[in-house]
Design a protein around this ligand. Sequence first.
Ligand code: USQ
Length: 383
Amino acid sequence: MKIIVLGADGYLGWPTSMDLANKGHQVIAVDNYSRRNIAMQTSSEGLMHTPNLEERAKIFEEVSGKKIDVRIGDLKNYRFLENMVKTFKPDAIVHYAEQPSAPYSLKGYEEAHYTLKNNLEVTHNVIWAVLEHAPDCHLVKLGTMGEYGTPNIDIEEGWLNIEHNGRKGKFLFPRAAGSLYHTTKVLDTDLLWFYVRTFGLRVTDLMQGPVYGLSTTESDMDERLLPNFHYDDIFGTVVNRFLVQAVAGVPLTVYGKGGQIRGYLNLKDTLQCVDLALNNVADKGELRIFNQLTETFTVNELAENVQKAGAALGLNVEVKSIPNPRKEAEEHYYNPKYTGLMDLGLKPNLMTTEVLGEMLKIIIKYKGNIDNEKIFPRVKWNK
Ligand code: USQ
């Protein structure tokens, strides 16, 4: 297939670009270095230095013999995106090009405004580029499980059948996001649904939980191909943060009571899910939604898992609850369905002690880079 990956320099975008190129697809990888710039501005750089996207593509070509065509540009510039879609005529676009941090989106007015403007404008531009120049193209968009929040009922995969006053209808599952970033993803879904039902686009919207992981088949070829691995409070997701804290000898930062449940998945499974979505194309006029997770844990359970994995390597890992900087339920019902991707053939890589242990071993090599100043929360929801 001819595939454009948007947001290709990101934690998920770079491993995805390599995975697709390695599988023989023709890949254009696009980014404007927004995350790198925000990381520098907020002192949130990752654990290891990562070469820029052009350099990454060169290293990847050296070690795999496969080419990735890199384009640096801002997708808010419609002409830049339009030209690419018009000339390349992609079969699919994988859209990750959003400001992905909940804490950043609540840091202040400028950050909130940037998140809203960037995420919605880019999604809208992608929709128009497809509509005008590649109407048959399959748009695979990264959403988030955070769109649903933590409702007191089972979470279906995107849609809910409702019976009201004797009549029935199918609606998008009610959403109640917990941050402005997550809210932009709710708005994205609404935009997609409008254009799908009105103009017959083909869209898969992936509701993904927090991802953890470091290595993939391609990054195992050369450490310079590792993804951006963040452990800071802005870009670091909870499992990655806990593993770095374990190595740094900092007690694991459980926010509040630690009963917050989320659906997690290994980075390798993100690649599998995107691959499965691409190979099973959504119908024209279909907004297909999958819940992208492989297991659920409370934060306290994650801390225990990391403690166990640390102990197996001789690390004495402590856990300490700290005041929750976020506004979220710390004890709640959570029962999401996630059978859609399994039905397509997803084989989960679960969070075993061994899997966490392998991550710890890599982190230990880079222990000297850990900056404890980046670990504690710097953004509070309750201002
Ligand atoms: N948490 C802690 N301690 C920490 C960090 C986080 O207890 O040191 C807790 C949070 O309060 C939250 C849970 O762990 O209850 C998950 O936090 P997270 O930072 O791993 O995830 P989140 O901010 O929700 O965002 C991440 C990605 C985002 C993606 C989302 C999926 O950054 O791009 O959309 O995971 S989901 O959470 O399902 O919405």
